[in-house]
Ligand binder design. Structure first.
Ligand code: ATP
Ligand code: MG
Ligand code: FE
Length: 355
């Protein structure tokens, strides 16, 4: 089926078009620059930016895919989880399109969309890491971005997704952004820390791995925590500054990056081992991190786990992943959503589609 997907859960206005598993267009506008001076995504600013970017981004996707609205078989839209005001802009746009065109509308889960990204294939994705196409199931999925840090067990993309664990405080990307800020690096902090860390020693400072003590591992085996790590970095830096010493920024960045990558992959591979699932899929903007990628490859290889990493353009928030999930729902014969659904900022992952 030919499906157009709309994504507005955070700061990306994404409109993607797929035909089944084939990617035809993935148009994106981001309001990231507007959030830079605040050091994080400002919900009201993101929502207004979505409103302005929506129509041009839809038009760009249609032009890129060389299709017309009337050719579409269905429309899919992210209805949660995410920022409520941001989600509402996408949902309103999708409903308007669906009603005016008389097309079925599928309201879908953003997190499951990240997994759906992995199905996509097409000429524009040639040379990407991993073999796109058929998604072997079950798989463990580690989704890490500025807004979420989740470990999922995916038994079936359209009918059976389970949350194994998630962050109990900050998201991993958020931790990168906050630590970058306290090191005086600009927003978004992830790429900055990644760059600076290349020149530092990852073993210079032993920063804590959140929720990894034996007592935590009973209740929180698959959960994450990054606020303690952030505080630990802040204290370490303050102490040096207080003593009038120079802060070894590269060592701090490298040691912090190591702590995040280590805890993410330790928990993800624990899940693979515990549940006997020899597959791990990565998603989310933090997958851009060089050390996260490297450690994922090392540890997956050592554990005999097949690693799948979609190309970065499909890891960060985008409309194509939403279209991909929508296309799977259509292909599986699911009925469209009724038009009275709303945006749900805390939509649970097992609600793959909101009817
Ligand atoms: P959502 O949480 O809804 O997926 P988001 O906009 O927060 O939305 P993304 O756009 O997927 O998430 O990713 C942005 C985040 O990824 C930011 O927090 C950014 O700092 C982080 N990031 C980007 N590149 C890197 C990198 N090289 N290393 C670490 N973090 C990175
Ligand atoms: Mg973003
Ligand atoms: Fe996301």
């Amino acid at each position: 089926p030919l499906v157009l997907g709309i994504e507005t859960s955070c700061d990306e206005t994404g409109v993607g078009i797929v035909r089944g598993r084939t990617l035809l267009a993935n148009a994106i506008a981001s309001s990231m620059d507007e959030h830079a001076r605040f050091g994080g995504v400002v919900p009201e600013v993101a929502a207004r930016a979505h409103l302005e970017a929506m129509t041009p981004t839809i038009e760009r996707a249609l032009a890129d895919a060389d299709v017309e609205l009337r050719d579409l078989d269905a429309i899919a839209v992210t209805c949660g989880p995410g920022l409520a005001g941001a989600l509402m802009v996408g949902v309103a746009a999708a409903k308007a399109l669906a009603v005016s065109l008389g097309k079925p509308l599928y309201a879908v889960n953003h997190l499951v969309g990240h997994v759906g990204a992995d199905l996509l294939q097409g000429p524009s994705l040639r040379g990407a890491v991993g073999e796109a196409g058929e998604l072997e199931l079950p798989t463990i999925a580690l989704l890490v971005s500025g807004g979420h840090t989740s470990l999922l067990l995916v038994r079936d993309l359209v009918s059976d997704v389970e949350m194994l664990g998630e962050t109990i405080d900050d998201a991993a990307g958020e931790a990168f952004d906050k630590v970058a800020r306290l090191l005086g690096l600009p927003y978004p902090g992830g790429p900055q820390i990644d760059r600076v860390a290349e020149g530092g020693d990852p073993n210079a400072i032993r920063f804590p791995r959140g929720l990894s003590l034996p007592k935590d591992m009973e209740k929180h085996r698959y959960d994450f925590s990054f606020s303690g790590l952030k505080t630990s970095v802040a204290r370490w830096v303050e102490k040096r500054v207080g003593a009038g010493e120079e802060v070894p920024v590269a060592d701090v960045a490298a040691s912090f990056r190591e702590a995040v990558a280590d805890v993410l992959l330790t928990k993800a591979l624990n899940a693979c081992k515990d549940l006997g699932v020899p597959r791990l899929l990565l998603g989310g903007g933090v997958v851009a991190n060089a050390r996260v990628r490297e450690l994922a490859q090392e540890r997956a290889l050592a554990a005999g786990v097949e690693l799948r990493v979609p190309p970065l353009s499909l890891c960060t928030d985008n409309g194509a992943m939403i279209a991909s999930l929508g296309a799977q729902l259509v292909a599986a014969g699911y009925a469209p959503s009724s038009l009275d659904f709303g945006a749900d900022s805390t939509l649970p992952v097992q609600d793959i589609q909101v009817r």
